[in-house]
Design a protein around this ligand. Structure first.
Ligand code: QUE
Length: 377
């Protein structure tokens, strides 16, 4: 007998009072597909209503990743169809097309996780990027390990740090969120993740199964506020001090250099650094210079303009931006260079910061009329 049924992309299981989400595309680093979003969103809603479910655990399958991001390759293929047919227009594209539906439903799921009254504990034991941050950062509990790699690397693929990056990057200390957004730098291990408030707890990778077991056997009360503390205690029983945060030692030059309102001025500030920080500032500058000029200016404008907005308004802003990215050039070139041809040599258009005007960036923020991200059922 051979088993011909394909493995499900997402496993939705029960373990006593615990609901368990397993992102199950290990060969694709558990990258999030529209099918996974469409399976998880209604199940999460049902678990929220079910008094027998007290908390949710999310984890990745395989030993490499929690979730590497969205299935941007599928969106790239769908979007290329539009390019060959004259271009993607967010105002007239079919409502059910992937470049619209994927982000619409992903951002709504991010909000559902944010609003969930029950603890959602994400075990970030490996690669956690882009859409994987969107699944985890808005939940109540995020556990980092020595194997955690957290990044928002979208400026490398002609996008911007979406899935609520406006919220969780703006909540990082000082200008560290701006640094992470523009460079796409990877945080390794629990100490930096905790310092950036991206993780709530740090524990050894070897303790992940024990944490899940303790959550399954915990003395849940059914009261949301008290159950947050129950989850805290279950995780804390296996937590370990990850030591001092290396990134926190870099905050002085990061705060100096990443404060300006223009990307050009950030690059100039990095070039002016001398002394102990000069080498790291030069490395950041080199990295930024490989990124999409449009993405860089868009990302800085995103972070500055969403500061102080509520969650829903920030997500609606991100949806405007991502729909304009689907209508542009750099996302398709970025995915080509990074995930398809893998030549790591994107030819951005425009290819210089000074050719990306304020008017071009302003146009990304224009409302989408009847095509806005909405949150009503
Ligand atoms: C920047 C990104 C992403 C990326 C690489 C970048 C991203 C993303 C993936 C990814 C990785 C593995 C997969 C997959 C997608 O890579 O957002 O489907 O199997 O999802 O440099 O932003």
């Amino acid at each position: 007998m051979t088993d011909t049924a394909p493995a499900p992309e997402i496993l939705l299981e029960r373990r006593g009072p615990l609901a368990v989400v397993i992102l199950n595309r290990p060969k694709a680093l558990n990258a999030l597909t529209l099918g996974m979003i469409r399976a998880l969103a209604p199940q999460l809603a049902q678990w929220e209503r079910d008094p027998a479910v007290k908390a949710v655990v999310m984890r990745g399958s395989g030993d490499k990743a929690f979730c590497a991001g969205g299935d941007v390759r599928a969106i790239w293929e769908a979007g290329r169809g539009f390019q060959q047919a004259g271009g993607y227009d967010p105002a007239t594209a079919p409502d059910d097309c992937l470049p619209r539906r994927f982000f619409f439903e992903e951002y709504r799921l991010n909000r559902q996780i944010k609003l969930c009254a029950k603890p959602i504990v994400s075990l970030l034991d490996g690669v956690t990027m882009g859409g994987g941050c969107g699944l985890s950062m808005h939940g109540s509990h995020r556990v980092a390990t020595e194997r955690t790699l957290i990044a928002m690397p979208e400026t490398a693929i002609g996008l911007f740090p979406d899935v609520g990056g406006s919220v969780f990057l703006n909540a990082c200390p000082g200008e560290v969120g701006t640094y992470l957004a523009l460079t796409g730098d990877r945080l390794k291990g629990g100490a930096d993740a905790l310092w950036c408030k991206l993780a709530t707890h740090a524990a050894p990778s070897a303790a992940m199964a024990a944490i899940e077991e303790r959550l399954a056997g915990a003395a849940w009360t059914g009261d949301p506020a008290r159950d947050r503390a129950v989850a805290d205690a279950a995780i804390a029983a296996h937590a370990a001090d990850p030591g001092p945060s290396p990134l926190s030692q870099q905050s002085a030059w990061i705060d100096r250099c990443f404060a300006p309102a223009r990307v050009e001025d950030i690059l100039a500030a990095l070039a002016r650094e001398s002394g102990a920080a000069a080498e790291r500032a030069a490395a950041a500058r080199k990295t930024i210079e490989t990124r999409s000029p449009t993405s860089l200016k868009l990302t800085l404008a995103q972070l500055r303009r969403t500061r102080g907005l509520g969650f829903d308004q920030a997500m609606a802003t991100e949806f405007r931006l991502v729909q304009r990215c689907m209508a542009g050039h750099d996302f398709f070139e970025g995915i080509r260079a990074v995930l398809v041809d893998k030549d790591q040599a994107p030819r951005w258009r425009p290819d210089r910061l000074d050719a990306v005007t304020d008017a071009m960036i302003d146009a990304y923020f224009a409302p989408l009329g009847p095509r806005e991200l909405t949150f009503a059922d």
